[in-house]
Every structure is written in C-alpha cells, then in structure tokens.
Design a protein around this ligand. Sequence first.
Ligand code: HXC
Length: 262
Amino acid sequence: SQYECILTEVRGDGPRKTGLITLNRPKQLNALNDQLMDELGQALLAFDADDGIGCIVLTGSERAFAAGADIPTMAPHNFMSAFKSGLISKNWETILQVRKPVIGAVAGFALGGGCELAMMCDFIIAADTAKFGQPEIKLGIIPGAGGTQRLPRAVGKSKAMDLLLTARMMDAAEAERGGLVSRVVPADKLLDEALAAAQTINGFSAPSTLLIKELVNRSFEGPLLDSVAVERRYFHALFGTEDQREGMDAFLNKRAPNFQHR
Ligand code: HXC
C-alpha cells in the first residue's frame, strides 16, 4: 500500500461500497503524528472523490482508536516553533472537508487528539471496551483540535468540564449516556456493526446523505469553528510554559509530573 501509518480497504458488495480506514501504529497505540495525519487526509479525500464509495468508516485497533497526538513529537516544541509550524499537521482538519458520511468505530483508548478525531466523525459507534478522555491537562497543555469545543457540545458542560479538568476517562456506557456515541456494541461486533450501518447508508440516495450531513453540521459545526481556532492558539501558547516541559518529560520518563504553575 502507499501508506505506512494507516491501512485502507474497500468493503461491501452493493453498487456503492464503503471505504475503510484503519489507523495503524499499534506500538504507539495509534498516536497521531504528522505522517499519519497526512496519510489519513489523503485517504479521506481519495475515498470522498471516488464515485463507487458511499460512506467511510474510520477505526483503530482493539486496544486503541488513538491515544492522542504523538507526545515525543510535541515534547521539544516551544511557543514560537508550535505557532510557526502550526504544530499538528494541517491535515488534522481534512476530515471536516469530507462530504460523505464518516463513521468512527472506536475500541479501546480514544484520548486527547484521538478523542478529538473521533468527535470529528459524523457519528461514533463504540465497542464496550472504548474509553474516551481529554487528558492533556496531565501533560501541562490543553486540547488543540476541538476538544474544549466539541466535547461540551456532545456531552454537556458539566461532564465535559469534569473530563477536561480531572483528566479522567469515561467508559463506553457513560459516553453513550452522555450522547457522545450513538451505539455501544460488543468489541468483537464493532467493525461488522459499523460496516452494516455504512451499507445501509450506501443504499440510500447520495444527494440525501450528503445534504443531511451538510445540514446537521451547519447547526453543529459552523458556530464552533471560530472557537476551535482560538483553542489552537492557546494550545500553542502553552508550549511556552515550564509546565508543558515538565508534563511531557514526566510522561516520557514514566514518572508523575511536578507542576510549578508557570
Ligand atoms: C506517543 C504514546 C502515546 C502518545 C501512548 N504511547 N500514548 N506514544 N504519543 N500519545 C506509547 C507509550 O509511550 C508506550 O510506548 C506505548 O504507547 C504503550 O503505552 P503504555 O503507556 O505502556 O500503555 P498503558 O499502560 O496501557 O497506558 C495506556 C494509556 C497511556 C493510558 C493510553 O499510554 C497514556 O496515558 N498515554 C497518553 C495519553 C495522552 O496523554 N494523550 C493526549 C496526548 S496530547 P513504549 O515505547 O513505552 O512501549 C494530545 C494533544 C492533541 O493529544 C492536540 C491536538 C492535536
């Protein structure tokens, strides 16, 4: 395949099929580095442009959808390098340009950028093993790809504040109660369920599916985009703090952080 960090396949047997994208850096729990995000962006746009494809399913492994942005890549940044490079590939948001429905099929960890990526899917089907969270605060940073904006929209202010401020994870049942995920299924049925949902959608009229997606997003996504841009700038700003160095150094050296609050 042309990709190193993801796998792509075409699934289904109707006239319109499903593009399946699997995040594939298993040793790093699918931590999202720029190469992976660039490949994901390319694969999403290729399926979106392919008239034989009706829907896209995005999934990870049994253990992790994605455990977040790649910490070793982020650790050495300071404010200026983060701000100048945009820190995180511009392809982080390519998924928002896709016009066909994108179903997130999440098993295991969906943390930090992994949770943010899942929330950029049109809906999420979760395995009963799924665990969602925004633990950036443990690293002395904040979410940078919409976590502070999409999570409150998905689960309400109280649960979002709790998750963002305490860094705790929520399991699939709590995520379903909160409204973050549309269904929870046994882990060994996850892919079948997501592909079956995709196949159902593939059987309907493409103009209807494209317009439903566009209109739901008009009510949901449009008003968020300005504040997601502000969030990205503050995300960069935190790379100017001592606590970011401490938080990431602590993770990389498998020790508890000792924050100085500066
Ligand atoms: C790079 C990561 C990683 C990450 C895990 N790994 N998360 N590598 N970036 N985000 C690596 C570990 O270093 C380890 O490598 C291997 O994956 C297995 O992880 P373990 O920690 O040994 O597994 P376990 O004890 O089961 O714990 C799983 C875990 C933990 C709870 C998911 O790994 C964890 O807390 N990861 C960090 C989660 C996080 O903070 N995410 C937010 C990142 S910030 P070795 O080589 O030791 O085997 C972020 C900002 C987004 O996402 C900004 C917008 C883009």
